[in-house]
Design a protein around this ligand. Structure first.
Ligand SMILES: Nc1ncnc2c1ncn2[C@@H]1O[C@H](COP(=O)(O)OP(=O)(O)O)[C@@H](O)[C@H]1O
Ligand SMILES: [Mg+2]
Length: 228
């Protein structure tokens, strides 16, 4: 079942203490496609992703998922009501939980019973090649393995939207290349609408169907990549 939705961003602005961080962003991400947000450090990529996630509230403009308003100036649905999966640069795993417990957590939050949790957790671990490491703690994993756990945790509940904030930036270059290819394949299999933040054009090319380039808080271009 493909539950992915389209994302529409209109006239989105975000200010901190009257200082504009994002200005008048218009974007459309068609259902089931991957949009890369590309730009140098400090241009506003993470801020835009946090607005999509519901971790920040817009100063002006709005965000719709599947035509339903999730954020505007005086209203912002909290992250847990947006049906999202997120992956961050620093993995953000819970250190006191095993790999399996980390991945199962979103299912627990959604109230699935133990049998369903096990079934879905096993499937997600297998998808990212971690089935043999399920009982380890994050501290006993490499950076690449930790990011696989974060990826499994993001997709396990089959959210409508996936958000990535420079997930490969802490990894060595060869690992970055191989994992970005794997993640791209996984995203195509899942068919989930995704926004993928990176400052690396090559990574954006590997991951995305379209690339939106940001500069100093403004959208400067959106280019669609050729389908293979
Ligand atoms: N809490 C904050 N207070 C003040 N300025 C901030 C805050 N968060 C982000 N900024 C500023 O907003 C701009 C965009 O930040 P960010 O979205 O993190 O950029 P990116 O992810 O592209 O590196 C930067 O200039 C940053 O300094
Ligand atoms: Mg950032």
């Amino acid at each position: 079942m493909n539950r992915s939705v389209d994302i529409t961003v209109s006239g989105l602005c975000f200010h901190i203490a009257q200082q504009p961080i994002l200005r008048d962003i218009d974007l459309h991400v068609p259902a089931g496609t991957v949009l890369a947000l590309l730009g140098p450090s400090g241009c506003g990529k993470s801020t835009l992703l946090k607005l999509l996630a519901g971790l920040l509230q817009p100063t002006d403009g709005n965000i719709d998922f599947a035509g339903v308003r999730v954020a505007e100036a005086r209203f912002s649905a909290p992250p847990e009501q947006r049906d999202l999966g997120m992956v961050f640069q620093d993995y953000a795993l819970w250190p006191h939980m095993t790999v399996r417990e980390n991945v199962a957590f979103p299912l627990k939050m959604r109230g699935l019973n133990a049998a369903r949790r096990k079934e879905k957790t096993d499937a997600a671990l297998e998808r990212v090649g971690l089935d043999t490491l399920a009982d380890r703690y994050p501290a006993a994993l490499s950076g690449g393995q930790q990011q696989r756990v974060a990826l499994a945790r993001a997709v396990v509940a089959e959210p409508r939207i996936l958000l990535f904030d420079e997930p490969l930036s802490n990894l060595a270059r060869d690992l970055r290349e191989s994992l970005s290819k794997e993640m791209s394949v996984l995203l195509r299999q899942l068919g989930t609408t995704a926004v993928y933040v990176t400052h690396d054009r090559e990574e954006a090319n590997t991951m995305a169907d379209a690339i939106a380039t940001l500069s100093a808080g403004q959208l400067v271009s959106v280019s669609t990549l050729n389908a293979e």
